[in-house]
Design a protein around this ligand. Structure first.
Ligand code: NDP
Ligand code: PYC
Length: 339
């Protein structure tokens, strides 16, 4: 088993901020990025925790990302907020736009936020969870780089295109799911390569279109969608809804824009927020109770809810800190200024 390091949670945040500032990011971006990286590591989402700092710093170094970009929030229409991230990373753009999205959803029942021109590296669940904390139902989606072949094909067209959903619950944390529409996030294949482990069959094909369990061959070939043609169609929907619909790049266009430097994908993100109290008025509590019956019928038979593992991991991390591979710890230390 490879060597690991245990870190208290406040150390996770401190390392994140220090690495990001040393990498040239403004204080505001460092804080916003550190929050999502911290949350990812705390909830044991290893592909989108501290590991992501390496890619953020590399993306700035490659000169694609504006590390000082100040997002511009625009009140575009009664139910639409637009945020121009101005070629900075997405977490600060999301933070700046969220209050207006929530305000609009409470007024209109359903509102959308389109984030444009953002470099995107993060998990989506921290965003939908934050919207659910305001009592709203949330749906978020974004493209990435074209790494994923459509069902029946062998050449990458789609990004790993995550979709996330949150439903607020009266007596506890929200019901949340958040997954790539590829069989797995690309970050997970990268972590297998770093650990020298094979990947499961069904995640990817090599450059000749043959199934592979070699992570390097998978990264050089094409990833596969989850659920065959169903994941493929969902992935296409995300390309459209968070691409042309909001006037931003598809995953293939993001890949071309990257010019082979290997920066984080650059494109848009679409976030929808629904206010159940506007949809339902005085009947809201009765219908929310029906949702609880459905959740109970899932867990009541021993199945688990998505997000249940994450909430359990959160409790564990808050009590005991987190464990990360020593190789990752050393890579992060190498990005800090020499004392
Ligand atoms: P998974 O395939 O592990 O799926 C994750 C989701 O499925 C979680 O909601 C998880 O809940 C739930 N889940 C997993 N197993 C079960 C189960 N047995 N029963 C019920 N629910 C289950 O993750 P992915 O690799 O697809 O995605 C990981 C992350 O990568 C996501 O957060 C996504 O946002 C991020 N990502 C970001 C991209 C970007 O462009 N920014 C691109 C692609 C991915 P739980 O967490 O509780 O296990
Ligand atoms: O893991 O697929 C991924 C990913 C792409 C962009 C950010 N994460």
């Amino acid at each position: 088993m490879s060597e690991e390091v245990t870190l208290p949670l406040d150390e996770v945040r401190r390392i994140s901020i220090d690495v990001l500032k040393a990498g040239g990011l403004s204080g505001d971006h460092a804080q916003a990025i550190a929050s999502v990286v911290y949350a990812g590591q705390r909830d044991e989402c290893h592909s989108h925790g501290l590991y992501r700092l390496l890619g953020c710093v590399r993306s700035v170094k490659e000169g694609k990302v504006d590390p000082d970009a100040v997002p511009e929030v625009v009140d575009h229409a009664p139910a639409i907020v637009r945020v121009d991230a101005r070629f900075g990373f997405s977490p600060l753009a999301f933070e700046r736009g969220r209050p207006l999205l929530v305000e609009k959803a409470r007024r209109t029942g359903l509102a959308a936020m389109a984030i444009n021109n953002c470099f995107h590296f993060s998990a989506l669940w921290p965003e939908v969870e934050a919207i659910a904390a305001d009592g709203l139902v949330a749906l978020a989606m974004t493209p990435s780089h074209s790494w994923v072949a459509p069902a029946g094909g062998t050449k990458p067209v789609f990004g790993t295109n995550p979709i996330a959903f949150a439903w607020p619950r009266p007596d506890g944390p929200p019901f949340v799911f958040d997954f790539a529409t590829s069989a797995i996030a690309r970050g997970e294949i990268e972590l297998h390569r770093r650990a020298g482990k094979p990947i499961p069959a069904g995640w990817a094909i090599d450059g000749e279109g043959h199934p592979t369990t070699d992570p390097a061959a998978a990264l050089a070939g094409a990833m596969l969608t989850f659920g065959g043609h169903k994941g493929s169609a969902l992935s296409a929907m995300i390309e459209l809804m968070a691409g042309p619909l909001i006037g931003d790049m598809t995953s293939a266009e993001s890949m071309a824009f990257d010019e082979g430097v290997g920066a984080a994908p650059c494109h848009g993100e679409l976030i929808l927020a629904f206010d159940p109290t506007v949809f339902l008025g005085a009947d809201a509590a009765r219908h929310v109770a029906r949702a609880e019956t459905m959740f109970e019928s899932i867990v009541g038979q021993g199945a688990r809810l998505p997000s249940q593992r994450r909430y359990e991991a959160r409790e564990r991390s808050m009590a005991n800190g987190v464990r990360i591979p020593k190789a990752l710890y050393d890579d992060l230390q190498a990005l800090l200024p020499r004392p």
